[in-house]
Design a binder for this molecule. Sequence first.
Ligand SMILES: *[C@@H]1O[C@H](CO)[C@@H](O)[C@H](O)[C@H]1NC(C)=O
Ligand SMILES: *[C@@H]1O[C@H](CO)[C@@H](O)[C@H](O)[C@H]1NC(C)=O
Ligand SMILES: *[C@@H]1O[C@H](CO)[C@@H](O)[C@H](O)[C@H]1NC(C)=O
Ligand SMILES: *[C@@H]1O[C@H](CO)[C@@H](O)[C@H](O)[C@H]1NC(C)=O
Ligand SMILES: *[C@@H]1O[C@H](CO)[C@@H](O)[C@H](O)[C@H]1NC(C)=O
Ligand SMILES: *[C@@H]1O[C@H](CO)[C@@H](O)[C@H](O)[C@H]1NC(C)=O
Ligand SMILES: *[C@@H]1O[C@H](CO)[C@@H](O)[C@H](O)[C@H]1NC(C)=O
Ligand SMILES: *[C@@H]1O[C@H](CO)[C@@H](O)[C@H](O)[C@H]1NC(C)=O
Ligand SMILES: *[C@@H]1O[C@H](CO)[C@@H](O)[C@H](O)[C@H]1NC(C)=O
Length: 390
Amino acid sequence: MAPRRWLLLLFLAAGVLQSLAQPDSRGFISIDCGLAEEASYVDDTTTLAYISDAGFTDAGMNYNISAEYLGFSRRGHNLRSFPDGVRNCYTLRSLVSGLKYLIRAGFLYGNYDGLNRPPASFDLHIGVNFWKTVNMSTWGADQGNTATVEAIIVVPNDLLQVCLVNTGSGTPFISSLDLRPLKRTFYPQATAEQGLVMLARLNAAPVNKTGTIRYPDDPHDRLWYPWFDATIWAEISTTERVYGVGDDLFEVPWKVMQTAIVTRNTSKNIWFGWESLDAEPRDDDPSRPGYVAILHFAELQLLNASNGELRQFYINLNDELAYPTGFTPEHLVSNAIYDTKPSRHSGYNFSINATANSTLPPILNAVEVYYVIPSTNLGTDSQDGNSSDL
Ligand SMILES: *[C@@H]1O[C@H](CO)[C@@H](O)[C@H](O)[C@H]1NC(C)=O
Ligand SMILES: *[C@@H]1O[C@H](CO)[C@@H](O)[C@H](O)[C@H]1NC(C)=O
Ligand SMILES: *[C@@H]1O[C@H](CO)[C@@H](O)[C@H](O)[C@H]1NC(C)=O
Ligand SMILES: *[C@@H]1O[C@H](CO)[C@@H](O)[C@H](O)[C@H]1NC(C)=O
Ligand SMILES: *[C@@H]1O[C@H](CO)[C@@H](O)[C@H](O)[C@H]1NC(C)=O
Ligand SMILES: *[C@@H]1O[C@H](CO)[C@@H](O)[C@H](O)[C@H]1NC(C)=O
Ligand SMILES: *[C@@H]1O[C@H](CO)[C@@H](O)[C@H](O)[C@H]1NC(C)=O
Ligand SMILES: *[C@@H]1O[C@H](CO)[C@@H](O)[C@H](O)[C@H]1NC(C)=O
Ligand SMILES: *[C@@H]1O[C@H](CO)[C@@H](O)[C@H](O)[C@H]1NC(C)=O
């Protein structure tokens, strides 16, 4: 793991309606799948213009969801379903070859077919590379019954295909598809050979406990989900702006960095963890998905060093130091400690504990976890292919 300093650059731009299947002025493509051809609208919360998917795919049929599910975001109100063919694709054009992009697909079944039976699962591919199996039953009412699947990839050509693959467990459908350009330097773990699939992107101790932070607070329109547990952690926050200096690889929005969890007692650990997606018990098995974690820190309190005040902590993964020394976040400066290479374990338990000299409890402002997928052949136009063995 390595620390990085960074500079936060915010840019804001007004939503402009698009008439063509082209990225907008920010390079964003925002598709509301199943929207009538030529239709578009400006989303209230993000101010982004969403357009119909008619210019991106020839296959499938449009449906509206049932009225009882209409409470969720407008993007979920309609969808495109693909009853015919094994593999149906969206083609996103006019991309910048070699640039890193965030790509996100949303799925809200909403009983669109009147059968009250969501598909058990179907697969998503990026080009011919397996992206993820979409299993609607793992996304419950607490996520608005909406499955959200996200990846960060380097796009090798000026076009990219996102494909829905029928695996015999129900009819694939899709509600929304977003493409957002990132900076080339961002997420160095994403390379031409390896993409990142999001497992978690968490905003610790948010002011709004139900609000997800995204565009315009995040100029790159990542989704930062609320994460807190008042029974375990205390919360600290600042109204001052949190900056980064230098060469920033993540540009976490300051609204995310302004809040953090701390332990109630300096002697206690902050910890979080997850199980590997596969069930095999052997560590370092190359067929096991590799994970990378990115921990974001900024000091939010003004400490009096001459009074001996110090916040310093170790970051451990499965009881071993993940970063070689104690770490002290700088006041109102955002910094990240992150895996440069994926690691492969059956389970992951990160713990953050105060060093012996620390007078203040450990802190955590935000965390991201991804697993890696091969991303060769992303740009190929070829039809059916086998998924990778991730
Ligand atoms: C979905 O609803 C919209 C607005 O109510 C309507 O214009 C459209 O024709 C409907 N689409 C389908 C496929 O039923
Ligand atoms: C979908 O998820 C459910 C609940 O986690 C699981 O029981 C089921 O086996 C999964 N289905 C597929 C096809 O993966
Ligand atoms: C918190 O977020 C929810 C969901 O986005 C939103 O409806 C609500 O207005 C927000 N509350 C405040 C105080 O901003
Ligand atoms: C913090 O934890 C230590 C060790 O468990 C305990 O001795 C101490 O009383 C605790 N302090 C507070 C303020 O709870
Ligand atoms: C910091 O601590 C020193 C020593 O206790 C004290 O003299 C000084 O007033 C403190 N400064 C602030 C800003 O609290
Ligand atoms: C912090 O946690 C690590 C790993 O669990 C442990 O080896 C170390 O002794 C702890 N340090 C302190 C100061 O508690
Ligand atoms: C993770 O590690 C922390 C601190 O070492 C421990 O308190 C916690 O129980 C562990 N969690 C799991 C699921 O092993
Ligand atoms: C703790 O503080 C002492 C005295 O300032 C110093 O010698 C020691 O290196 C510090 N330990 C750590 C782990 O920073
Ligand atoms: C997929 O892999 C299987 C087994 O390796 C092979 O039989 C099949 O022909 C492959 N299909 C395609 C489309 O490459």
